[in-house]
Design a protein around this ligand. Sequence first.
Ligand code: ADP
Ligand code: ADP
Length: 239
Amino acid sequence: NALIEFNDVSLVYPNGHKGLKNINLKINEGEFVVIVGMSGAGKSTLIRSINRMVTPTSGELIVDGEDILQLKDSQLRKVRTNIGMIFQSYNIVKRMSVLRNVLAGRLGHTGTLRSLVGWFPQNDLQIAMNNLERVGIDEKAYVRASNLSGGQQQRVSIARALTQQPKVILADEPVASLDPPTSHKVMKDLKRVSREDGLTTIVNLHFIDMAMEYADRIIGLRDGNLVFDGPIEEVTDQT
Ligand code: ADP
Ligand code: ADP
């Protein structure tokens, strides 16, 4: 059954630019979906609509049973605790330790006030350490994040997203800043941990070959339109 459902979703930016045009799309629980398209096609807009970092201007966008376009801020916050985000630029706090960065994934569970004074329950520490181990950087737990390579920093952000224990992971160009061998290693890790946790994962990539290697399903965008949606076997004649 669909965990995420776009029904005729459009997004017009304040300057009049149409970022998304009448998108219809259903994404099932546990799917690993890759969105491809040229720069400016609307990939980022589509992915950021799902946690309402950008807000579509019409249509219905169901996430885990709720139309998020209808939610008030307080309700939206709750939905967002179920959605982990991974960005091209890692978005980690470089002066903090790796472990502190990963613990940030617990904020929605533990509460900001207690975590502000540096207190996290033992259980949170275990979850965070376990996730660092799963992406192979547990030995770096007490190192300042700024001392890590790009690939390692992106693993920190994967571990942080997992530590949130979300249902959905949104990854907006997660490997665009990494060299090709590192990109593949990071994509492999992301796919493996998503599978292990049964997560629904949506990833933007701009290389079709990489998409074909990792996706269960590929969605193609062009000028804000959904122009392809299918399993990888069907991609070849579209490219
Ligand atoms: P992609 O991720 O595929 O590169 P984006 O979703 O970032 O594409 O952008 C889709 C289109 O919307 C682009 O033409 C972009 O310039 C435009 N766009 C993105 N953000 C804004 C904004 N805040 N205001 C106006 N246009 C925007
Ligand atoms: P990304 O690389 O994440 O797709 P960009 O680098 O294209 O984003 O854009 C960075 C910021 O500028 C985003 O907040 C995006 O919404 C905004 N933006 C992008 N294109 C436009 C545009 N044509 N007009 C106004 N804002 C834009």
